[in-house]
Design a protein around this ligand. Structure first.
Ligand code: ZN
Length: 202
């Protein structure tokens, strides 16, 4: 399986990092080895001193598809959750300055955290509230209405380039409020007030 991630999908986040608003989805990927498997503790890698959380709605593809039309995109997933796209911002900044690919900063082991999955039948994904708390304080608050490219548009766009397979994950971008984590921090993620994610930073 693969993990497809969308960058700069919320205007306020693109602006906080000094990026332009894109006119088509910005795409990068993480390998399956990036999936967080440590249960509840994230260990900051020793090669970075500036790991940022990015809370994002994640959908799990459950049907094979290529060149999917936007109007049929909803048929390609039933489960979604809140995830964290951990990003080594210091490494990313250096790579971006040189115009180099971001993989080291984005695709490293344990960098793709997934919360408990929920069913799309119980929620309206076009106007979904989600938030991330750090040490009990809300640091990111998003609503999928504010996405530049909504989930059907993302699926249609990505599937022109990459065949979507069962089990693939789509990280749909983060709202404003990204920031660093330090040893001892605790992160909690909520979708419509329901807690789906909890981890400690070590
Ligand atoms: Zn992200």
């Amino acid at each position: 399986m693969k993990i497809i991630c969308i960058g700069r999908n919320y205007v306020a986040h693109a602006q906080e990092l000094g990026n332009e608003t894109p006119d088509e989805p910005v795409i990068f990927m993480k390998p399956d080895s990036a999936i967080f498997r440590q249960r509840d503790a994230f260990y900051i890698p020793n090669w970075t001193s500036d790991v940022h959380y990015e809370a994002e709605i994640v959908v799990k593809i459950d049907r094979l598809g290529k060149n999917i039309e936007k109007r049929f995109a909803h048929k390609y997933f039933t489960d979604f959750t809140l995830g964290i796209d951990f990003t080594a911002r210091d490494v990313q900044k250096k790579l971006k300055e040189k115009g180099l690919p971001w993989e080291k900063a984005k695709a490293f082991d344990q960098s793709a955290v997934l919360g408990d999955f929920l069913s799309i039948n119980d929620y309206d994904l076009t106007q979904l509230n989600f938030e991330l708390k750090k040490n009990g304080t809300i640091v990111q608050q998003g609503n999928t209405q504010l996405m530049l490219f909504d989930i059907p548009q993302i699926i249609a766009h990505c599937s022109q380039y990459f065949t979507l397979k069962i089990g693939d994950l789509l990280f749909t971008g983060t709202p404003a409020g990204v920031g660093p984590v330090q040893m001892g921090d605790e992160l909690e993620g909520y979708i419509e007030g329901k807690k789906v994610l909890h981890l400690k930073i070590k």
